[in-house]
Design a protein. Structure first.
Length: 699
């Protein structure tokens, strides 16, 4: 089956922004004007295509990233509409990993907001070229130039307006195209009819100045155009557009457009900009990975003829068709019924079932997916988020997707025996879908503990368990997901497990060096034994024994992390040694090490931004200081508003929304995201450890 769309005409883009900036409304308008839908979806009315989950429509927020394909000017645009709330940051992370470009939506009233900065940093991490859309130009307080300034100053970007707004707030009527030097108006309520007119006389001078700046900024990025510009030669619109495309793809410039998605103004030029300035799969460098057979780095070009290399970025359980695996093909192609290898899982063979092009929750069956495209498939049973799918004859492992650690936990207990089975199934499927959702058993109480990125994240997951899996459960109060770690290295720690009770006994003996790692490094295991003093078949059991023992912690039952364990010695018995014996021996070594390794408690520290009227700044700073906050800075945002940035322990932030409302008479807002784990001060740690249980928090 031949390609329908040449790879040069594919755009894989994400719509990303702070919550309530208008991402989903912008996406809905894109789908309408490209003919994908025939009715304008509304977030408020719960009729959007991409927010298709019942919970999304009820709450008016995006919870899960939705994938949809549409067509504009003979180009295929694969769009992922992502959540704006920080609790669902994993959805943004996994989407940006497989996208080639992004549209960052800003609220013209508020400009750059906290989550705008988070998604911008995530896009920087993956090197995703961007264009900006300043939305809500019709709102009271809309300020195009203020938003441009914030993009430059707060994001460290190099924004170049390629449009100017005509009017603002209630008088917003259209835009000036600075490349073509003409005005664009939308004359019907649905925004389907655009008219091009001369620039209004009162805006002509401003437009000419803005175009001159635009030409200069574009010319600076291109040697040939720099010469032309300095010599006063005319530069054609085609030359400017081509140079702006190159500068956008390399990240030197960020084109900025404006409009009002809700009022149906500005979307068609945004679609043109997606096609004109964002990259196709062949415009970005070939994807790199490691050949598992040689350990050497290899590159795969974005070509249908190259061996298959695809990355799984999402797994969901669909109530109608079952387990859906979403993937991006970087090279080669995937065909229904094809035998492929999951190189991440030790070259496990899998057979592709049906191949589907996704339109949010609707599916279109296709035969093949080619290089540069995004699709989903059924039939892959042992494949998970971050796995690489490849040609069995040309294995490669692509860089996986990293996710932040969960920071909030609750205990959950099924109400009846029937609920127990349903709960187990729900937890398994939801943790497959969401890599930031963790499930573990409390070794002391036997309770099931679930952890996530925030209270809203867990609230949504628990609600999904009730609705989708019919689970009735009792849920505890939110509490901090503390961790434990060692602070001193300990050498030559023995773990010995010997049992002789008649018949075959048990024998496992290990000697392990333990040392602390940098925060965030997790667990490293090194086998440094030589001469076969412990047979190789027992080594994985030793590692597994350590991992299981670390889950139970050594101080207050919290998981141990940021530790390197190096197996340096031990012994075995020809008859009595077993995997179980070595697992137990390893766990005993960890317990023995804890006595000398000076273990400490770690707590999640959150990056907090509070936006308040200036008159409340002193009171808010005082309250934050009482919560063990480190104030990072106070910034004047204009119009009597100030932004306070601080690092605050999560344990001190439960119930903060109520306190802030009280201090500011409802005029303050705040956002927070995980920053790092840090040691709990000894006097606070003592209380948690003495209690001998996880500390329910709240002020």
């Amino acid at each position: 089956m031949p390609r329908e769309v040449p790879i040069e005409k594919i755009r894989n883009i994400g719509i990303i922004a702070h919550i309530d900036a208008g991402k989903t409304t912008t996406t809905e308008r894109i789908l309408f004007y490209t003919g994908r839908t025939y009715k304008l979806g509304s977030v408020d009315e719960g009729t959007t295509v991409t927010d298709y989950m019942e919970l999304e429509r009820e709450r008016g927020i995006t919870i899960t990233a939705a994938t949809v394909a549409c067509y504009w000017r003979e180009h295929q645009i694969n769009i992922i509409d992502t959540p704006g709330h920080i609790d669902f940051t994993a959805e943004v992370q996994r989407s940006l990993r497989v996208l080639d470009g992004g549209v960052v939506v800003f609220d013209a009233v508020h400009g750059v907001e906290p989550q705008s900065e988070t998604v911008w940093r995530q896009a920087d991490r993956y090197g995703v070229p961007r264009i900006c859309f300043v939305n809500k130009m019709d709102r009271v307080g809309a300020d195009f130039w203020n938003t441009i300034g914030m993009i430059r100053d707060r994001l460290g970007a190099n924004p170049v307006p390629i449009q100017l707004p005509i009017g603002a707030e209630a008088d917003f009527r259209g835009v000036i195209d600075l490349l073509e030097m003409r005005a664009i108006y939308w004359v019907d309520e649905l925004g389907t009819q655009m008219v091009y007119e001369p620039i209004p006389p009162e805006l002509r001078e401003e437009a000419e100045r803005a175009r001159e700046t635009l030409v200069e900024r574009i010319a600076e990025t291109d040697d040939a155009l720099t010469v032309k510009y300095l010599e006063g030669e005319p530069i054609s619109t085609e030359e400017l557009r081509a140079a702006l495309r190159r500068a956008t793809i390399t990240g030197k410039l960020v084109p900025v457009l404006c409009g009002s998605a809700l009022r149906n103004k500005g979307i068609q030029p945004l679609l043109d900009a997606i096609v004109d300035y964002l990259p196709s799969p062949v415009d970005i460098p070939p994807v790199k990975g490691v050949n598992p057979l040689t350990g050497q780095e290899e590159a795969r070009p974005a070509s249908d003829e190259a061996p298959l290399a695809a990355l799984v970025f999402k797994v969901v359980t669909d109530p109608y068709v079952g387990r859906l695996v979403y993937f991006r093909v970087y090279s080669g192609k995937i065909t229904a019924g094809q035998q492929i290898t999951n190189s991440t899982r030790g070259n496990k063979r899998e057979r592709v079932g049906r191949v589907l092009r996704m339109h949010a929750d609707r599916r279109e069956e296709i035969k093949e997916v080619y290089a540069g495209d995004i699709a989903a498939t059924l039939g892959l049973k042992d494949t998970f988020t971050g796995d690489t799918l490849c040609d069995p004859e040309a294995p490669i492992i692509l860089e996986s997707i990293t996710f932040p650690e969960p920071v909030v936990s609750v205990a959950i207990e099924p109400k009846t025996l029937a609920d127990q089975d349903r709960l187990s199934e729900a937890l398994r499927k939801l943790s497959e879908e969401d890599p930031t959702f963790r499930v573990r058993m409390d070794p002391e109480t036997g309770q099931t503990i679930i952890s996530g990125m925030g209270e809203l994240h867990l609230e949504v997951l628990i609600e999904r368990m009730k609705r989708e899996f019919r689970v009735q459960a009792n849920v505890g109060r939110p509490r901090v997901a503390y961790r434990e770690t060692f602070t001193r290295p300990v050498k030559g720690v023995e773990g010995r497990f010997v049992r002789q009770t008649g018949g075959r006994g048990q024998y496992g003996h290990v000697v392990i060096d333990f040392e602390p790692l940098e925060r965030g490094k997790g667990f490293e295991f090194i086998d440094a034994t030589v001469g076969g003093i412990i047979p190789k078949e027992f080594i994985p059991a030793i590692e597994k024994g350590l991992i299981e023992a670390m889950e139970a912690g050594v101080l207050a039952g919290y998981p141990l992390t940021d530790i390197r364990a190096t197996l340096v010695g031990g012994s075995y018995h020809e008859v009595d040694s077993s995997e179980m014996a070595f697992k137990v021996a390893a766990s005993l070594a960890l317990r023995n090490a804890a006595e000398k390794a000076a273990p400490v408690l770690l707590e999640p520290i959150m990056r907090v931004e509070v936006i308040v009227p200036e008159i409340y700044t002193g009171d808010v700073v005082g309250d934050l200081s009482s919560r063990r906050a480190q104030i990072q800075g106070i910034e004047n945002r204009g119009k009597g508003i100030q932004s306070i940035r601080a690092l605050v322990p999560l344990a001190e932030m439960f119930g903060y929304a109520t306190t802030l409302r009280s201090i500011t008479q409802g005029r303050g807002t705040f956002s927070m995201e995980f920053d790092h784990y840090a040691e709990v001060p000894p006097h606070i740690a003592e209380g948690i450890i003495r209690a001998g249980e996880k500390k329910p928090v709240g002020r």
